[in-house]
Design a protein around this ligand. Structure first.
Ligand code: HEM
Length: 433
């Protein structure tokens, strides 16, 4: 079979596809979504210099696609065969033997193991762990009166929590943090970064086979799905890499929303917008994973009136779907709580970590804003730079100033409690899956 040309739509378009990877898109994603919507429920876009995709911008088409496992597969291998091996989108979209790239029974087996393992996280212990990490990170810059809330806070926080939960040794944590960040950094060698994380997790899994602990790695290994070592390594790496960047961006985007809300006059004085409101607003308007949900038609087909070719890349714009008219989707008064946006996706591949991710983000924001209570942006919101890339919505930096603190609450030391203690004991050391 001749491999499909990457992302080529079935019908030639007279319009040059809009590029989603450069500075212009990062500066004005919603302007791009408006232009794309005008072309129909799906439009051709360029996600890298040599790679095109069809992007779904219509809310109902997005929901239909995400649930239509008969027409679409998550396995990218046929598409991938026609993509340049060094394409910057392959570290994100290229095949790996994980839940994200599998369908049907194989997916269900991985997914059950992931769901059951994540379900073991006790919320109050997770909150305590996030608080511990947050206090340590804040203590590193709180005496200076200035900081970058992305580099010095939001970027490190989720991974330090994940590594503790999975039982990564403190001396290996920096390797995981560096490797996971490198997977999403266009300037880094993403393959080497992925291999670095896999190396640490492989050693951890081997160690837990020999000597079980009280951490999520041990629970995943003992799950009735019976994952072998490599399968376990791949799912842990997926959880860390898929969880880290969007949680960082949720924290960063929500802090930006709070600091730039006109009700605040650019600072947190006055307390107009709560962390919950800011997070909910971000999930609707600027979801951290803006465009993802990669799917591939199993055969030539027509979808919402648009011809698609077998194996071509179809992405879902969660951001565009969430902000589409009719106004009921954008009018806060008409929103149905936080239940109907697509920030967590929907269908079999919806995010399995909504609750822990929300708890992490809320706790991180509350810790920061309660300790540095006169935080304000050090630049005008218009001057902020956004990380380029088709998949995420993420400020590159969030420079702030505040009254320096003479002292901060003493973070709990390593001996104060077991880092892995947010794995509950109620299941007697084995998963309940
Ligand atoms: C604790 C943090 C998080 C963890 C551990 C996590 C983990 C995962 C995993 C394992 C998947 C793959 C599920 C599957 O294919 O069956 C996934 C998918 C997804 N997650 Fe999360 N996630 C986290 C945070 C977030 C956040 C903050 C967001 C955005 C608000 C998010 C949005 C999504 C979306 C949209 C998908 C679907 C991706 C796709 O369709 O390609 N996740 N997540």
């Amino acid at each position: 079979m001749t491999p499909p040309v990457p992302g080529t739509p079935a019908a030639p378009s007279i319009l040059e596809p809009l590029a989603l990877y450069g500075a212009a898109f990062a500066a004005d994603p919603h302007g791009h979504y408006r232009k794309l919507r005008a072309q129909g429920p799906l439009a051709r876009v360029r996600v890298a210099p040599d790679v095109d995709a069809m992007l779904v911008t219509d809310y109902h088409a997005a929901v239909d696609l995400l649930r239509d496992t008969a027409t679409f597969t998550k396995d990218p291998r046929a598409w991938q065969a026609g993509v340049p091996a060094d394409s910057p989108v392959l570290p994100v979209l290229g095949h790996r033997p994980t839940a994200l790239f599998t369908d049907g029974a194989v997916h269900a087996r991985y997914r059950d193991a992931i769901n059951d393992t994540l379900a073991l996280i006790e919320p109050h212990l997770l909150r305590a762990e996030v608080t511990r990490v947050a206090q340590r990170l804040i203590a590193d810059f709180s005496a200076t009166g200035t900081g970058d809330l992305i580099a010095q806070y939001a970027r490190g926080l989720p991974l330090h929590v994940f590594t503790a939960s999975f039982g990564v040794a403190p001396e290996d944590t920096e390797r995981v943090v560096r490797g996971t960040a490198g997977m999403m950094d266009p300037a880094a060698d993403a393959t080497a970064a992925y291999d670095e994380v896999v190396g640490v997790v492989t050693a951890l899994v081997a160690e837990r086979r020999r000597r079980p602990g009280r951490d999520l790695t041990t629970y995943l290994l003992a799950h009735p799905a019976g994952l072998d070592d490599d399968e376990t390594v791949r799912q842990i790496t997926l959880i860390m890499s898929t969880g880290h960047d969007p949680t960082t961006n949720l924290i960063g985007n929500a802090l930006l929303r709070m600091l730039s809300d006109t009700g605040y006059g650019g600072s947190l004085h006055g307390g107009a917008m709560t962390a919950h409101e800011a997070v909910n607003d971000v999930l609707w308007r600027d979801p951290p994973l803006a465009n993802m949900g990669a799917h591939f038609p199993r055969h030539d087909t027509e979808f919402h009136g648009v011809p698609l070719r077998a194996g071509q890349l179809v992405l879902v714009s969660f951001a565009a779907a969430n902000t589409q008219s009719p106004p009921s989707f954008t009018d806060p008064a008409a929103r149905s709580g936080d239940g109907a946006h697509l920030a967590w996706s929907t269908g079999p591949h919806r995010c399995p970590a909504k609750q822990p991710a929300l708890l992490m983000a809320m706790t991180a924001i509350e810790q920061l804003t309660s300790q540095l209570c006169d935080l304000e942006l050090a630049v005008e919101p218009d001057a902020l730079v956004w990380r380029p890339g088709p998949f995420h919505r993420a400020p590159a930096h969030l420079p702030v100033r505040f009254t320096p603190l003479d002292s901060v609450p003493e973070p709990a030391g390593p001996g104060a409690r077991q880092a892995t203690d947010h794995v509950p004991t109620r299941v007697g050391g084995t998963p309940n899956g």
